[in-house]
Structure formats: C-alpha cells, structure tokens
Design a binder for this molecule. Structure first.
Ligand code: SAH
Length: 252
C-alpha cells in the first residue's frame, strides 16, 4: 500500500459484549443488545449531533480493534459457508481486512448530554452519549464516523446477497436451569433484558462454523455485561443455560 490516511477516533462504545465470542455476525439480529456511544475529544460536543435525533437508525464506522493486530489475508473462510470455502476478503464482512474498518447500522434510541464533572481548570465538562441498540460491537470499539441511516438511499429493493442472501435461521430452543433463572430474577432490576439477550445470542448458535448442525457435549462459556454464562447443547434443537455468574468486574 502506497498511501496512508489518519483518522481521529470520535467516540467509544460501551457494549454488553465483552469478548468476541458469541457476538452476532451482523447488527439488527439481537434486538435486546443495548449499548452506548460516548463521544470523545473535539467530537464530544452536542453541536455535532444536532438533528440526528430525527433518525431511527445510524451507521457507525469503526475500527476492529480486537482483531487489528492479527493482520489480514487476501482469502478468508466465511463462517456462513461452514468455514471450509475460501473467498476474497472483499467478498466478505470479515474483521481481518487490509484496513480494519467495520460498519454497522444500529438503532438510535436517544441522545443524552450529561454533566461529566469539572476539568482541571474548574470548568464544567459535559458528555454526549448516544444510546443505541441492536449493535454487534465489542466493548471499547473505537468509532471513526457516524452517519444517519437514510432509507430512500440505503434500502435497495431486489438487491442480490449472494451466499449471504438471507439471515441464517436456527430452530434452537433455549432452556434455563433453575439456578440460571434465579440469577436472572436477582438481577431483573438492573438488567431487565438479560434473559432476552442471552436467548437471542444463543439462538444464533455461536459455536464455531464447523460445529453448526452438529451435536456436541462441550460446556461453553461466554460473557455478557459482567456475567459469565455457561451453556451446553442438549440436542440439535435445544441449548441449556446452566449457570449465570456475576464476576466482580461490575459495569452496567
Ligand atoms: N457489521 C460489521 C461487523 C461484521 S463482522 C461489518 O459488516 O463491518 C461481525 C463480527 O465483528 C462480530 O461477530 C464480532 O465478533 C466482530 N467485532 C465487533 N466489534 C469488533 C471489534 N471492535 N474488534 C474486532 N472484532 C469485532
């Protein structure tokens, strides 16, 4: 590559997805996922988002910071094709790209400006927060741009989606152990949608591509917010959440 450009990060994501494993493969699929985008630096100014509240959805352009250091290859194996067929990186939405830039349409729930205390010369500081949902972003994701989602231009009727035409469908029923249900009940006030979030995430069957449509007795762990969740496939169409444990690292 001959030329390079620099961008400034304009915000950071707070997401329930604390690790890559089990994050949905596109936004909009897990509707119970809620997060925040905190604007930073010169972009942390409500003038930049004036009028944005008129839009129900926004495009976020971001850096795949969690996989950036692993580089890229010209060919990748999309999970959608079972992980055993290679396609050109530009024919996929892989995170391992020459420029590790991702794009996601997320729902814009509301924009908040709150007081963030005082700076070191005693001036009041404020923080602009965009409350978003249906995201597919890892916690801490650096955002490099926000654009309104404009339906007349962004919806393309009759577009061809090639090997990814339709959303993958799984008929998996999620069941919760008594212990897991108890933890959900204990946390219902602070995390009212935790059960839906777990159900929607697991319905995607987050296991590696080569295990799709195969049974497996491995116990998997995933983290959402500060909860450590253990689950196992009972059979091809049933997945059981065994335990939900709060770790000490508590963030809402
Ligand atoms: N909608 C985006 C992302 C598609 S890839 C796009 O099309 O560009 C989706 C995967 O990105 C998720 O499964 C998640 O594991 C991964 N991901 C999300 N945020 C990330 C980050 N900050 N760093 C690395 N990977 C990330």
């Amino acid at each position: 590559m001959t030329e390079s450009v620099n961008f400034n990060v304009i915000g950071t994501i707070d997401s329930p997805y604390k690790e890559k494993f089990a994050i949905p493969r596109q936004p909009g699929i897990v509707t119970a996922a809620q997060g925040q985008l905190r604007l930073t630096g010169l972009a942390n100014n409500d003038e930049l988002v004036r009028g944005l509240e008129q839009f129900s959805h926004i495009w976020l352009l971001f850096v795949f910071h969690g996989t950036q250091s692993q580089g890229w290859k010209p060919l990748v194996r999309p999970p959608r094709l079972g992980g055993n067929k290679k396609l050109g990186v530009f024919a996929t939405r892989s995170t391992f790209r020459p420029n590790p830039i991702g794009m996601s349409v997320v729902k814009l729930d509301r924009i908040e400006q709150c007081s963030a205390g005082q700076n070191n010369v005693g001036q009041k500081t404020s923080q602009v927060i965009l409350h978003i949902s249906e995201l597919d972003l890892l916690d801490g994701t650096p955002i490099i741009d926000i654009k309104p989602y404009v339906p007349y231009a962004d919806i393309i009727e009759n577009a061809h989606g090639g090997y990814a035409q339709n959303q993958p469908s799984n008929n998996i029923t999620i069941i919760f152990s008594q212990a897991a249900l108890q933890t959900l009940a204990d946390n219902i006030t602070l995390y009212p949608s935790l059960q839906s979030l777990i159900e929607q995430v697991l319905k995607q069957d987050p296991r590696p591509a080569y295990k799709q449509n195969k049974t497996d007795d491995k116990i998997y762990g995933m983290s959402l917010y500060h909860f450590n969740i253990k689950w196992q496939m009972s059979d091809l169409s049933t997945l059981q959440v065994m335990t939900i444990e709060a770790t000490t690292n508590h963030t809402v």
